[in-house]
Design a protein around this ligand. Structure first.
Ligand code: T4K
Length: 369
């Protein structure tokens, strides 16, 4: 085993020489932000790569989520999942919206569409599902419910960069989708995020909202925020994108090796995808079931003692944090599958530079318990 700690993830960094010409360009033209040339080029290039119509770049996904809700003027109650990173529902609170938690499907750990209807009230205006680990939600069922009850759908697609479902990019579903380009994500711009939107009018509103609400030099049309991605981050994204195929290939090989090594280990369940046509292998979540000799937290500790640092994404559930705990929908009785999953889940290290020998060693530690 390497002397260095093995973390759940490690950002991909291209060779530094590739980034230098971009820095020289920035130094030369002195445009650092506010929709400069690299920002525009990254928007164009990402639309093409992802197979989407419009994209608005942001400083991070959290500001993008908050802005997406503003762009669609969402109010009242929004149905969402407790099995996510806390940014998902924090974006609702930042907009004065009440989150209503609905349980997850025990197989995908995505929101269970069969449980959504019962949570709809006259105040419900939208559904905010998460493509957890980059595995697509049941988009067709969710859309059916949204159409029946006239609800918006805002996907937290922070994990779903490049993922395709049965009909192309999963990012084309719902009213808006939000990506994260954080250092820990499949595609990173150090910090960054984006909103995918279907039409030019919505893109214009989002662009105004992320630029203080400005609609020209002396006109402000909304109480917007500063959510703009800088030229430095956008330039880095352009370099990263040149390596994305290699990044995905390496992730795929690691995913396959874990599955092969762990398939015979009783009590360890490797979470499957949810039928995606193109996967991104963003995470490698396992469920440590009761048949396994030790509990999830003990396995986590055993790995940490050997210099391996998996993460319990997502533990605790969002609904367990103090600002959500008192909501009626937060009761564990309402969320049995999420409550079980949060006790069993462990995300093992996966990132392009992780060698397969280390994957074997991690699996050997797990099987020797
Ligand atoms: N929606 C969902 C579903 C999300 O998962 C997230 C973010 C968001 C929305 C919001 O997206 P952003 O606003 O961040 O764009 C991390 C990330 O900070 C967060 O972006 C991510 N989800 C979440 C799942 O994970 P932490 O607190 O676990 O990160 P941290 O710093 O402990 O990093 C994990 C490991 O990665 C470290 O042990 C070492 C390694 N690492 C990390 C960083 C930051 C590096 O090697 N280099 C680095 O620069 O939250």
């Amino acid at each position: 085993m390497s002397d260095k700690p093995i973390y759940v993830t490690q950002p991909f960094l291209p060779p530094l020489e590739e980034f230098i010409p971009y820095l020289e360009k920035i130094w030369e033209n002195k445009i650092l932000t506010n929709g400069g040339p690299f920002h525009q080029e990254l928007e164009r290039t990402l639309c093409e790569y992802l197979g989407v119509k419009h994209i608005a770049l942001f400083t991070n996904a959290t500001i993008a989520l908050i802005t997406a809700l503003q762009a669609l003027r969402i109010t009242g109650e929004v149905i969402t999942t407790p099995f996510s990173f806390v940014a998902t529902s924090h974006s609702l609170l930042w907009n004065g919206i009440k989150p209503v938690f609905v349980d997850v499907d025990p197989n995908t750990l995505n929101i269970d569409p069969a449980k959504i209807e019962a949570a709809i009230t006259p105040q419900t205006t939208a559904i905010m599902p998460v493509h957890c680990y980059g595995h697509p939600c049941d988009i067709d069922e969710i859309q059916k419910i949204a159409d029946t009850y006239n609800l918006k759908v805002v996907y937290d697609a922070a994990h779903a960069f490049g993922v395709h479902c049965h009909c192309g990019s999963v990012l084309n579903h719902g009213d808006l989708s939000i990506l994260s380009f954080h250092a820990t994500k499949v595609f990173n711009t150090f910090e960054g995020g984006a909103i995918i939107c279907p039409d030019e009018k919505t893109k214009l509103r989002i662009d105004q909202l992320k630029n203080f609400g400005h609609a020209g030099e002396i006109s402000v049309v909304a109480p917007g925020i500063n959510g703009k991605m800088s030229e430095l981050n956008a330039a880095f994204g352009l370099v990263q994108l040149k390596h994305i195929d290699d990044i995905l290939e390496k992730r795929k090989a690691i995913d396959a090796r874990y599955r092969e090594n762990l398939k015979a280990v009783s009590g360890i369940h490797c979470l499957d995808g949810s039928g995606e046509k193109v996967a991104n292998f963003a995470y490698f979540p396992i469920l440590v079931k009761s048949e396994f000799p030790i509990e999830r937290d003990q396995l986590n500790e055993a790995l940490k003692e050997r210099g391996i640092f998996p993460r319990r994404y997502f533990y605790p559930l969002i609904s367990e944090f103090s600002m959500y705990r008192s909501l009626p929908s937060s009761s564990p009785g309402n969320l049995p599958c999420a409550t079980q999953a949060t006790k069993q889940v462990l995300c093992l290290p996966i990132y392009p530079d992780l060698d397969l020998k280390t994957v074997d060693e991690i699996c050997a530690i797990i099987s020797s318990q």
